[in-house]
Design a protein around this ligand. Structure first.
Ligand code: HEC
Ligand code: HEC
Length: 323
């Protein structure tokens, strides 16, 4: 018996030592750096059509996280990200050569947006990774970043440095990994196939699933439909006035999802204008998306009809935390 206890003691002691080593390692490494990537040699054309498309995508994506109160992309505090990840600030991504991304090449931007790895090899785990966005749409965002539009004009202002929590550092050293740069071109699906097109807009462009699923971490960026609780909602996020709310269940479950709650027209109104059929306003971090077209949002609705229904009573969960 004594021997057994001693063996258990050794094993346990060994584990504690290993854990201490691991903690020390994580604390010293922080967010890991990878080898500087070989970025594609591309030059994105700056046509007005491409800039317009990029602007529409940026209004759904980049603006909400990078735009300050004056509507310029100088970076800001992101309080919707749960505090367990640290105090997260986005960056200045205006054309300023020192504070912004004025010195990045088109290829470096393309590589970063697809993989979350900067030209120097550092890894940004908190930003969405646009692994499924078509080449043309990513290029349109780059064309917009280079354009004469006000939000991207050079500005020196800066947000404070990100302070990642120990938890985030552990994640970045274990399960969170940069994406692979795609070897094949990525094309936009034929828009007459509304279900495929809706999936592309929802998962590839607007990143709806990353909030509307069960877990911020248990997500598959290349196969979003394998993410935990895909479109069933339930992630707790920071909202107005320091309060928290759960993301909504967007599956067509009749009781707890949107199956009976929204007609297509009402869904389009909610997503574009941020207003529910009963007139109530959708709270942050859900944002109105007026730059998506009716056809795009209607296609998301058609796609959501085909997603497996999940029972997840969000109203009850919100009531439990006093919302
Ligand atoms: C969910 C919030 C979020 C969204 C959406 C988002 N970003 Fe970011 N982005 C961040 C954060 C946070 C950082 C900085 C993280 C850090 O410093 O570790 C960042 C960093 C960057 C950087 C690196 C800048 C530098 O100097 O290191 C670039 C470039 C960038 N974002 C571009 C974009 C573009 C373009 C879009 C839209 C297609 C976008 N981001 C959408 C949160 C976001
Ligand atoms: C940054 C996280 C985030 C993203 C990205 C996001 N949502 Fe939301 N969404 C929320 C939250 C949080 C709520 C709950 C708001 C509330 O309860 O007031 C919500 C609510 C909704 C609702 C209302 C559902 C109901 O039951 O009344 C709809 C519809 C919706 N989102 C659709 C979308 C679509 C479509 C996209 C992609 C274009 C999207 N959302 C992207 C966080 C997000």
């Amino acid at each position: 018996m004594k021997k057994v206890l001693r063996v258990i003691g050794f094993v346990f002691g060994g584990l504690v030592v290993l854990l201490l080593f691991f903690c020390g390692y994580v604390a010293s490494v922080g967010i890991p750096k990878y080898a500087p990537p070989i970025t594609p040699k591309i030059t994105v054309q700056r046509s007005e059509a491409l800039v317009k498309r990029g602007e529409a995508i940026a209004q759904v994506q980049c603006m909400s996280c990078h735009a300050n109160r004056d509507n310029r992309l100088t970076g800001k505090r992101l309080d919707e990200i749960p505090a367990i990840f640290g105090t997260i600030y986005s960056k200045n991504i205006t054309q300023d050569k020192e504070k912004g991304i004025g010195r990045w090449t088109d290829g470096e931007l393309m590589y970063f947006l697809r993989t979350s790895v900067r030209p120097d090899g550092s890894f940004v785990g908190v930003m969405p990774r646009y692994a499924l966005m078509s080449d043309e749409d990513v290029k349109s965002v780059i064309a917009w970043l280079r354009s004469d539009r006000l939000p991207v004009q050079p500005t020196k202002e800066e947000a404070p440095e990100v302070e990642y929590s120990f938890f985030s550092k552990v994640l970045a050293n274990t399960i969170m990994k940069p994406g692979e740069y795609p070897l094949q071109p990525i094309l936009i699906p034929d828009s007459t196939d509304q279900v495929a097109f809706g999936k592309y807009i929802a998962d590839g462009v607007a990143d709806c699933y990353s909030c509307h699923s069960a877990d911020l971490l248990d997500q598959d960026k290349l196969h979003p439909e394998r993410s935990k609780g895909y479109y069933g909602g339930g992630i707790k996020m920071g909202s107005e006035g320091g309060k928290e709310i759960h993301t909504a269940n967007l599956t067509f479950d009749e009781e707890t999802g949107i199956g009976k709650k929204y007609t297509k027209a009402q869904f389009i109104q909610a997503v574009k204008m941020g207003v529910r059929p009963d007139g109530s306003i959708l709270r942050r971090p859900m944002e109105p998306h007026p730059s998506l077209t009716d056809y795009e949002v209607g296609s998301i609705y058609e796609y959501l009809k085909t997603v497996p229904k999940l029972k997840n009573d969000i109203a009850k969960k919100n009531a439990e935390i006093g919302q």
